[in-house]
Design a protein around this ligand. Structure first.
Ligand SMILES: [Zn+2]
Length: 440
């Protein structure tokens, strides 16, 4: 593939001291990309002025701001709305950060996971060699983001601590992984184990079902879907069109394998159907990460919403075209988990193009926030980065992208998800309660 999303932190910070501040997660990530050396030089200058060591400075709000300011200076484009005073003065930076907190943003993280199961992942015992590729990648990612034990730390406990308490996230939507052929005949994250998250935080979470793999047999797949609705009261699906069966994948527009699932969804009142698209990782085939199978499905099931997770990046132009050239569509959505995080620090121009393309072609009402945490530990640094991110004027002029205004950010952060998942945002609630609104 043309790009391995994780290449920049393979072997980087492989073990950590444990939980980090959001800035300690985000700032080193800025320093790890190809601009890293130059960003670090800028950071050292600001750290010296603040009288702090680099290591201590990196963990402050100023360190994070200084990294963003350095990106603006190095590229000569204003990717981040950040001031000299924030970068230079940790106290001022903290005040600016706090003044933007909570209540001002209703944040729905449409893309979260736990990633652990009781019997773990042991190669040769319950995990194949290929299955370990995915586990290893998630382990490395977790370790670089403050989870010292990788996937073993991606637990319901940490879901509560890092996403629901440790970040400004109001509501988190989570989903399991299937691929049971690679994981000892049992889903990589079984529904029954992830259901604990919904039980513990019923007002702050929505649970999506997954693991539906019609190549394992359509009959059992439909039975499973029925069971998910009846037993788990699911809020939608998040599926994977690549799979671990010998066929390796399937398509949403397959009238024999997939349409019966959508018809059953209709009957059962399951309206929101997501799919991992883009980011063709681990043991999975890239061809199934393309989104063109959404095309016919979206027209034939106009009462269902189809959501391209990861915004199909690096194939995001394909999902954007499915609306850009077919503006009559109102049931095509995307979500930015991992895509935003992987590009914003070291490829800000790409990040702006991806967001710009999606906002221009799918439209500001159809792009949703997501972080793919706990795979990325605490999502707060991503939230802070999105609050400050903007599409530079040159790109707005030259590509017709919308500006990333506060209004557009509010839609992306939560209002779009609130609309399709029927969440109450209670704008009238006292300011301090607004970020704690409940899922219904
Ligand atoms: Zn994910």
């Amino acid at each position: 593939m043309e790009f391995n999303v994780f290449e920049y932190f393979k072997g980087y910070h492989r073990t950590t001291r444990g939980p980090m501040t959001p800035e300690e997660q985000g700032t080193p990530f800025f320093c790890a990309g190809h601009m890293g050396e130059r960003i670090t030089e800028h950071l050292d200058g600001y750290a010296a002025r603040a009288g702090l060591s680099r290591r201590n400075f990196i963990g402050t709000a100023s360190g994070f701001a200084a990294a963003m300011l350095a990106v603006n200076k190095i590229t000569g484009m204003n990717f981040f709305e950040v001031s000299e005073v924030e970068a230079a003065d940790p106290v001022a930076a903290k005040e600016i950060k706090v003044s933007r907190k909570p209540g001002q943003d209703f944040i729905v993280d449409a893309h979260t996971h736990i990633c652990t199961r009781k019997d773990g992942y042991v190669q040769g015992v319950n995990t194949t060699e290929k299955g370990m590729w995915f586990v290893q990648l998630l382990d490395d990612l977790g370790k670089s983001m403050g989870l010292p034990n990788g996937t073993k730390d991606m637990t319901p406990d940490n879901f509560g601590k890092l996403i629901l308490e440790g970040s400004d996230t109001s509501v988190a939507i989570f989903n399991p992984f299937g691929f049971r052929e690679d994981y000892g005949g049992k889903d990589m994250i079984p529904m029954e184990e992830q259901a604990e998250v919904k039980q513990r935080w019923p007002d702050r979470t929505l649970m999506l079902a997954g693991g539906l793999t019609p190549n394992q047999g359509l009959g059992p797949t439909l039975e499973r879907l029925q069971m998910y609705v009846e037993r788990y009261k699911i809020s939608g699906l998040k599926l994977y069109t690549f799979d671990s069966t010998p066929k390796r994948g399937w398509w949403f527009d397959d009238t024999k394998l997939a349409y019966p699932i959508w018809e059953r969804c209709r009957k059962l009142g399951v309206k929101n159907i997501g799919c991992h698209k883009g980011i063709p990782f681990g043991q999975f085939m890239a061809r199934y990460a393309h989104a063109e199978d959404f095309d016919a499905a979206a027209d034939d099931f106009r009462d269902l919403n189809f959501i391209a997770y990861h915004s199909a990046w690096p194939y995001h132009a394909e999902i954007a075209a499915l609306k850009g050239f077919k503006p009559q569509r109102t049931n095509l959505y995307c979500e930015v988990g991992s895509t935003f995080a992987a590009t914003v620090t070291s490829r800000p121009l790409e990040c702006a193009h991806v967001l710009g393309t999606l906002l221009r072609d799918l439209g500001p009402d159809y792009v949703m926030w997501g972080t793919d945490s706990l795979l990325w530990g605490n999502p707060q640094w991503q939230i802070e980065a999105f609050r400050k991110f903007q599409i530079p004027d040159q790109l707005v002029e030259g590509h017709g992208y919308p500006k990333l205004t506060d209004e557009v950010k509010a839609k992306v952060f939560g209002l779009n998800a609130a609309r399709i998942w029927n969440l109450k945002t209670t704008a009238q609630a006292p300011l301090e309660d607004r970020s704690r609104i409940v899922a219904v």
